[in-house]
Design a protein around this ligand. Structure first.
Ligand code: FES
Length: 353
């Protein structure tokens, strides 16, 4: 069995042959950043100090050739065959919640727009009996359904807060229904009030850092608003005193949702503000909306990111472009917590590391 020696902690883990490195680390609750789990975001980088792994295909933007040559690997694409030593970086503020299996019942399916739905689930049964399900605001989970003997699993971020889950056993997800979406097309059909679903999670490391002192900027595109609502609500409810700003971007007014919740937070917390950007202008747009790309609007409104943490979620193109602009503005990678919603990828051929 391959042995994985982890620095700087000095921990040793035994892996199954051909086991995925990120899966092994998560199974043992080793704190490591990750997001897409498909080699596209680069957040699971670590140093391979000795030994070899096989890397499944990945986006070269996530792991440039020069970094790979310097010994950096992507844990989510690394397959274990032999003993290795890895070094994890920057694990100071990582929290790990054990990944759980939850049997949930649909208690509501509420249309937020013509094609975006709020799916509210009640946790009826959780493994690890007696231990409440916990997650950090901003994390996501997998919703799993079985269709004709085939499992369909898709990742969605929680729009509800950790308190909703821990005390009321409630989870809420915002899902855009598309006719070809393997899971989303089942909304209103197989996935309707009363139906039972399996949820696995929590996952993801772009979550709210409660120890951070300084301004919080949350940026959500489309249904990327869901985890950002959870992040800002949690920050404000936890008594954060510094400015908290939420930027939400939508294609047009038909896509806008969440205004009531944002308005309620604005009325309740003097340090909270929200900003709406629409790509297209139409008659009847919300009065608070401006018409320009979300990233441009953000950089116009926030001219000084000193001491701030920025949380980002949404389509990959938007998240990558805004992240690049923020890094250029001097925001450090440590203070940028980005979760891009990559579509599921088909199985791919491995390449040697
Ligand atoms: S590249 Fe590994 S989690 Fe995204």
């Amino acid at each position: 069995m391959p042995r994985v020696h982890i620095l700087p902690s000095g921990t040793d883990l035994l892996a199954d042959p051909e086991e995925n490195l990120l899966k092994l680390l998560r199974k043992h609750q080793v704190p490591i950043r990750y997001s897409c789990r498909s080699g596209e975001c680069g957040s699971c980088k670590c140093f391979l100090e000795s030994g070899n792994v096989t890397l499944k295909t990945y986006d070269p933007k996530a792991l440039p050739e020069a970094q790979k040559a310097a010994g950096v690997i992507l844990a989510c694409r690394a397959v274990l065959h032999e003993d290795i030593t890895i070094r994890l970086t920057d694990s100071d503020d990582l929290i790990t919640h054990p990944e759980r299996n939850l049997l949930c019942r649909v208690v509501a399916l509420e249309p937020l727009t013509a094609d975006i739905f709020a799916l509210r689930l009640h946790i009826e049964f959780a493994d690890m009996e007696g231990i409440p399900f916990t997650f950090s605001a901003g994390q996501y989970a997998q919703i799993v359904v079985n269709v004709d003997g085939h499992e369909i699993a898709r990742d969605f971020s929680m729009a509800s807060t950790p308190v909703d889950a821990e005390y009321d056993d409630i989870l809420e997800f915002h899902i855009r229904r598309t006719p070809t979406g393997a899971l989303s097309s089942l909304l209103g059909g197989m996935i309707r009030p009363g139906a039972q679903l399996l949820v696995r999670g929590p996952m993801g490391t772009s979550y709210f850092r409660p120890r951070h002192e300084g301004p919080l900027v949350a940026v959500g595109g489309g249904t990327g608003l869901a985890p950002m609502l959870s992040v800002v609500q949690t920050a404000l409810d936890n008594g954060k005193l510094e400015p908290v700003a939420l930027f939400a971007g939508f294609r047009n007014q038909a896509d806008v949702y969440g205004l009531d919740r944002m308005e309620q937070m604005r009325r309740s917390y003097r340090n909270f503000s929200y900003h709406i950007a629409l790509d297209e202008a139409q008659d009847g747009d919300p009065p608070q909306a401006v018409h320009r790309p979300l990233g441009a609007y953000l950089l116009e409104q926030v001219t000084d990111f000193a001491g701030a943490k920025v949380y980002l979620a949404g389509p990959p193109g938007m998240v990558e472009a805004i992240s690049a602009s923020l890094l250029e503005r001097g925001v450090s990678e440590r203070d940028l917590h980005a979760d891009a919603f990559y579509p599921p990828v088909p199985a791919a051929q491995p390449v040697d590391a």
